[in-house]
Design a protein around this ligand. Structure first.
Ligand code: 7TS
Length: 406
């Protein structure tokens, strides 16, 4: 057992999350719980600073604007981006749609190739299918080999010089950590841009967009201990400047006449209408919270916990675990089935033992199909989970075996 797990068991971070006083929460891949500091930031904003942003000349509006733009700076710094390269959106899904509509329709034509992978969440798959349908482009997929991306096949697909690869950093089903840096280098050598879906990596490891050299990166605030309704699109400055707006209306314009309009500077060109101001401010508080703990410490904790869980779960008779066998190749989630019990039944019985896990297709129907199942259960961890939580899951699974007479 890794020595760090002693600390994990005495996890003080759990106390920062008011909702975790009861039950075992193992569904952070769907959405994370929120520390008290994030909840307080939302409350404080509405009590002391609420006004619309970029509009009023009065003090309260200036205060709201300052906090909103301050949050952008914090989030940008967190991923080593410039503030103007950091666009606030609703969630990762909206960020991918923004790129597919704006960059996609301006740059992808009939006969062009675009690439995704078989392990993408529907959010990073359906928008590309729709773009291919609208433009007549061909959408290819990097296949899997033993739960990992088949890099040989990737190389072959890249020889067709696709315009863009949309790839998840970490699979929300298999937990596989993809060799994102290597993929980006391979893609750039053939002039192919890369969009990284960081939803399942950013809560668990430090992300540096400049070091990765990705062209686009998307994530949702609610999986990063922030509130719902706020997400981030990072894109390289030149790309954002060249891209047409996605949504149009207030705040994204410079000037409007009855015959046309000119666009605001980036990032505001992509933030039409009143944004999620309080949510952005609270996401800034989430980033403060994480930075204080240190992403290296969180990465170590989450890795050790997944290694512990993998070892313990493997010992449950009748279990099938999906994804890489090596804990060093995984992050955050473990999907499994127990005998022939349907995962919804399994999750229901686990819930009766106060253990919350997700079940179903996890918005990855093509991947689930390739695993030759219709659904799986999935446990996922975050910084507040402990080895006791994993033990509770394993004990509850033993109870399931009795209930279903396995
Ligand atoms: N990309 C990945 C890799 C995800 O895991 C998810 C959500 C999304 C995109 C979409 O995020 P949204 O905030 O825009 O909805 N994944 C999950 C999940 O695994 N269970 O519930 C939501």
């Amino acid at each position: 057992m890794p020595s760090q797990l002693i600390d994990v068991q005495e996890n003080a971070w759990k106390n920062d999350f008011p909702i975790l006083k009861k039950g075992v929460y193992l569904d952070s891949a769907a959405t994370s719980q929120k520390p008290a500091s994030v909840i307080k930031a939302l409350d404080k904003f509405y009590k002391t600073s609420n006004a619309n942003v970029h509009r009023g000349v009065y003090e309260l509006s200036a205060k709201a604007t300052e906090q909103y733009e301050g949050a952008r700076k914090k989030v940008a710094q967190f991923i080593n981006a410039k503030p103007w390269e950091t666009v606030f959106v609703r969630n990762a899904t909206e960020a991918v749609n923004l790129v597919a509509r704006s960059w996609g329709e301006a740059n992808v034509q009939r006969g062009d190739a675009i690439l995704a992978t078989v392990m993408e969440h529907h959010s990073n798959l359906v928008p590309w299918q729709q773009l291919a349908k609208r433009t007549g482009a061909k959408l290819g997929y990097i296949p899997l080999k033993d739960g990992e991306l088949d890099m040989g096949a990737a190389l072959q697909l890249l020889s067709k010089r696709p315009k863009l690869l949309a790839v998840t950093h970490v699979s929300n089903v298999l937990g596989t950590i993809n060799p994102i840096k290597e993929l980006i280098t391979m893609c750039h050598s053939v002039g192919c841009l890369v969009l990284v879906d960081a939803c399942q990596s950013i809560p668990h490891m430090a992300i540096d967009v400049k070091q990765l050299d990705c062209d686009f990166l998307v994530f949702s605030g609610h999986k990063l201990f922030g509130p719902t309704g706020i997400g981030v699109l990072y894109a390289k400055e030149d790309l954002l400047n060249a891209m047409p707006p996605f949504l149009s209306g207030g705040d994204m314009i410079k000037e409007v006449s009855l015959v046309g309009a000119s666009w605001n500077d980036i990032p505001w060109k992509f933030e039409a209408g009143t944004p999620a101001v309080a949510e952005a401010v609270a996401l800034g508080a989430a980033v403060d919270y994480l930075s204080k703990i240190g992403m290296e410490n969180i990465a170590k904790h989450d890795h050790d916990l997944i290694a512990y869980a993998l070892e313990k779960l493997q010992q449950v008779p009748g279990i099938t675990i999906y994804g890489p066998k090596d804990a060093n190749k995984r992050c955050g989630v473990i999907a499994f089935n127990l005998g022939d019990i349907h995962s919804h039944d399994l999750a229901t019985v686990l819930d009766q033992h106060d253990v919350a896990v997700r079940s179903g297709h996890h918005c990855c129907m093509p991947l689930i199909g390739q695993l030759n199942v219709t659904a799986t259960a999935r446990m996922s961890v975050a910084l507040y989970n402990t080895t006791e939580d994993i033990d509770a899951l394993v004990n509850a699974l033993q109870e399931c075996r009795k209930v279903f007479k396995l």
